[in-house]
Design a protein around this ligand. Structure first.
Ligand SMILES: [Fe+2]
Ligand SMILES: [Fe+2]
Length: 273
């Protein structure tokens, strides 16, 4: 996925002083957002376009502070050499390269607005902004599920920024989004492989670990900041709207594979439940 300093991160950090945000991104998506959230005067009331540093500096302080991005995630570092076969090693290597490229591209955007994520090139796991990236990656089943569920969150988050008010982001997004979809497909294919190998229980255990994390990654259900992102044309829908759409899509994938939808009552920190 595209390593979001995500909405959740921003919620956790509250209204930090402008210019000091450590991880808010810019990356949040959604399937069918345009259809699900009709345009209205309240949404998209901000119609200016921000194309360069000069435009950016004319924006409200708050818009500028929110244009930050978290560090890349390096989950692939454990698996480039140890995936089960040559095909998977090749694919993991490629995903690793794509994720590094996503970091490069986002860092270039940050530099347009006078910021930088250079100091996030290497971040110890426990210091990463996004909880999912702090976790251990103990099994190949986790890799499959990470693709299926967590990269799908990244895909949603990226899609949320399609046609945003920040033009350089619009230009950067399409190829990154296409690669992210490839990571999701890889995860699904690896899940199918595991099922075919009689390892469904292992797969289900990994789903049970990651599913609540994925839902929480959309951030607070009661976020006030999201209203501003929508107003500024940075996002299209609220955290909860995106989470509901994501859950419906993910649940359909799990059902199709004959897997259980995990019970999340009492396990979610940010989702409405
Ligand atoms: Fe990815
Ligand atoms: Fe990515």
């Amino acid at each position: 996925m595209a390593n979001p300093g995500n909405a959740r991160q921003m919620e956790q950090e509250g209204d930090r002083p402008e210019g000091t945000a450590a991880g808010g991104p810019i990356i949040e998506r959604v399937h069918g957002a345009a259809e699900l959230v009709p345009e209205s005067p309240q949404r998209r009331e901000f119609t200016d376009r921000v194309s360069n540093r000069a435009d950016f500096e004319r924006m409200p302080e708050e818009y500028r502070a929110d244009c930050e991005i978290g560090g890349r995630h390096l989950y692939v570092s454990n698996w480039v050499l140890t995936a089960p076969n040559a095909d998977d090693i090749w694919r993991m290597s490629r995903i690793a390269a794509e994720e590094v490229d996503h970091f490069r591209k986002i860092n270039k955007l940050l530099k347009i607005i006078g910021s930088s994520a250079d100091d996030r090139l290497w971040v110890d796991r426990e210091e990463r902004y996004v909880d999912a990236f702090k976790s251990e990656m103990p099994s190949w089943a986790d890799i499959a599920v990470f693709g299926m569920l967590i990269d799908r969150v990244g895909e949603y988050q990226l899609d949320e920024f399609m046609d945003s008010s920040f033009e350089p982001l619009n230009q950067m997004l399409p190829p990154v989004l296409a690669e992210e979809k490839g990571h999701v497909s890889f995860g699904i294919q690896k899940a199918k492989d595991l099922i075919g190998q009689g390892r469904k229980d292992e797969l289900q255990a990994a789903i049970d670990r990651w599913y609540p994390e994925a839902l929480d990654m959309f951030g607070s259900a009661t976020s006030k900041r999201v209203a501003k992102y929508i107003k500024w044309g940075l996002k299209r829908r609220t955290n909860e709207e995106a989470r509901i759409a994501y859950k419906a899509e993910s649940d359909a994938v799990l059902r199709e594979l004959g897997l259980e939808i995990p019970e999340v009552a009492g396990k979610l920190q940010y989702a409405a439940g």
